[in-house]
Design a protein around this ligand. Structure first.
Ligand code: HEC
Ligand code: HEC
Ligand code: HEC
Ligand code: HEC
Ligand code: HEC
Ligand code: HEC
Length: 389
């Protein structure tokens, strides 16, 4: 009886141990899978949401019920192969989505299954906020160029012309009065008049380039349209300007980032293949696209995007206007000192932020009900040295 009992106890122990182990392993695997699914999905998130509506491709919520798994695996690995093979569903989807091809994905069958599981279990209410913010930032920050790469202003390149024209005037004057090489005096006169005209024009162009440039709307090297990308195709601003939440600069996307989509989107409705071909050329010749910087504050001013976008929770549109309707980028605000200060006098800071815990007096006033809000000017938003180097 006693040995029987011992054996029974031993068996039970083994059983408990094994089930715990099994449970633990499955839990860990599920967790790893969920994380892996999330990581894999970052590529897809450029064009798909799960329950957030259509972007470039269809909303993927419920896709596991719409299509069967074997089809989904083939489609996600290489949708165009299915379209070309004449698969009925794939052809129909392709046509419904304006013939925008979905890029092929180099994924194993198991990886696609992990993705499909992630899509099925995705809880939009829980994750949307965090994925929207962190996902593009993490994955594409190496795709962002610091604005120092950008050409500052068009005007500067006239410097040499100005000097050449000036030398021409001197030569004409010298010949007129000293060397007398050319006999016909009207030649000198014409040269001088043309030179003065060119100089005048350069001075006007340069003057326009100096200082503030509200409504500045330069022609860009590629006719990139925010209306098409951020407006019609609803691509998140942070997908392309991912450093806006964590650094001074919002940054401009590199050619590589354009290629995430333009390996497959080879022509546009408005400009056909002409403008998109310039992206491929930039890649072939390895010369970055020379975007012209539209918004400029002078060098003596410090302005940080992270401070305003991430900490202050100010939307891009408040400072940059309705970007998603602009075919060509335009500076809408005047970026003057008055503009910064006006907002600082009326806008609240996120006063619960730990950063402001040292403002004891303000906190007391808030707690006692004497003050209902704290505007930026009260925490240093009007101090010269906060904005000036
Ligand atoms: C460049 C944009 C783009 C990317 C990136 C992308 N897709 Fe798509 N996807 C599309 C488009 C467009 C369609 C519509 C079908 C078509 O046009 O061929 C589509 C269709 C689908 C469908 C079928 C939807 C349905 O309603 O039946 C699935 C599933 C899908 N994509 C999954 C994925 C997954 C998973 C990823 C990431 C590995 C991904 N896609 C990445 C653009 C994209
Ligand atoms: C509080 C006002 C404000 C907000 C909010 C703001 N910006 Fe800016 N932005 C500016 C100013 C001012 C400049 C010029 C900065 C400079 O010359 O250094 C600028 C410049 C830029 C540039 C040029 C490159 C660079 O980084 O200097 C880009 C791109 C940009 N902003 C995108 C965005 C996006 C995207 C958002 C939203 C996520 C945003 N901005 C939010 C004021 C703002
Ligand atoms: C997330 C996907 C995506 C990214 C990233 C992207 N594009 Fe596009 N782009 C599209 C789609 C989709 C279209 C097609 C719109 C249409 O139907 O005409 C397009 C169209 C265009 C067009 C043609 C517009 C027309 O209608 O004639 C140009 C030019 C262009 N993109 C340039 C760029 C450049 C430059 C970049 C990088 C800075 C870029 N795109 C990044 C998705 C993208
Ligand atoms: C597909 C990529 C893409 C998306 C999405 C995108 N942008 Fe841009 N953005 C660019 C490119 C490329 C430039 C440089 C060319 C230009 O100025 O048009 C730019 C320039 C800008 C500039 C001017 C920078 C300067 O030179 O001063 C601002 C401001 C800006 N974007 C804001 C936004 C906002 C706000 C959104 C979201 C509503 C957004 N962008 C979405 C690619 C993108
Ligand atoms: C649309 C409103 C708005 C505009 C325009 C604006 N700011 Fe701000 N700024 C804020 C807010 C709100 C904060 C506080 C963010 C927080 O901490 O909650 C802030 C904070 C700051 C700070 C940090 C202040 C401190 O006490 O540490 C600096 C520096 C700053 N802004 C500079 C600028 C400059 C330079 C400009 C103009 C080129 C500008 N801001 C334009 C709203 C604005
Ligand atoms: C909220 C940010 C901010 C604060 C605070 C601020 N400035 Fe400025 N200041 C600016 C900006 C932005 C410009 C550039 C305006 C332009 O380009 O027209 C500027 C320009 C200037 C200029 C150059 C004049 C010009 O038109 O270019 C002087 C001088 C100046 N500020 C002095 C001060 C002094 C003194 C203080 C403190 C009392 C101060 N600023 C506080 C943002 C600020």
């Amino acid at each position: 009886m006693c040995t029987y009992h011992k054996i029974k106890m031993k068996l039970i122990k083994h059983f408990v141990f094994l089930t715990t182990l099994l449970l633990f392993t499955t839990m860990t695997i599920t967790k790893i899978q969920a994380q892996e699914g999330k990581d894999l999905f970052t590529v897809c998130a450029a064009c798909h949401t799960i329950g957030g509506g259509k972007l470039i491709g269809p909303d993927l919520k419920g896709v596991n019920d719409r299509q069967d798994e074997a089809w989904l695996i083939k489609f996600i690995q290489n949708s165009q192969a299915l379209v070309q093979a004449g698969d009925e569903i794939a052809v129909k989807l392709f046509a419904e989505n304006n013939n925008i091809p979905m890029p092929p994905n180099n994924l194993t069958d198991d990886q696609v299954r992990t993705l499909l599981k992630y899509i099925e279990e995705f809880d939009a209410t829980k994750v949307v906020a965090s994925t929207v913010q962190e996902k593009p930032a993490e994955t594409v920050s190496e795709n962002i160029i610091e604005p120092s790469y950008l050409r500052k202003a068009d005007a500067r390149k006239y410097g040499t012309t100005f000097i050449i024209v000036l030398i021409l005037i001197m030569l004409a004057l010298a010949d007129l009065f000293v060397t007398r090489f050319i006999k016909a005096k009207f030649v000198h006169l014409i040269v001088i008049l043309i030179a003065i005209f060119i100089m005048g024009e350069i001075i006007v162009i340069e003057a326009q380039g100096i200082g503030r440039q509200q409504y500045y709307e330069p022609e860009q090297p590629i006719a990139f349209s925010h209306k098409i990308h951020a407006g019609q195709n609803k691509i998140d601003c942070l997908y392309c300007h991912s450093t806006a939440t964590k650094s001074m600069h919002a940054g401009i996307p590199s050619t590589q980032l354009c290629m995430n989509c333009h390996t497959v989107v080879k022509s546009g409705k408005i400009t056909g293949t002409e403008e998109i071909a310039k992206i491929y050329k930039s890649l072939e010749t390895q010369t970055p696209i020379e975007w012209i910087k539209v918004h400029n504050v002078p060098d003596h001013v410090f302005f940080s995007h992270a401070q305003h976008v991430e900490v202050g929770k100010i939307s891009c549109n408040e400072c940059h206007g309705p970007v998603e309707t602009m075919d060509r980028m335009m500076q809408v605000s005047d970026l003057s000192m008055g503009w910064c200060i006006d907002c600082h006098r009326t806008r609240e800071v996120q006063f619960t932020n730990n950063f402001y815990k040292d403002y004891k007096k303000l906190h007391e006033e808030i707690n006692s009900g004497k003050r209902s809000r704290v505007t930026v000017d009260l925490v240093g938003g009007e101090d010269c040295q906060k904005c000036h180097y």
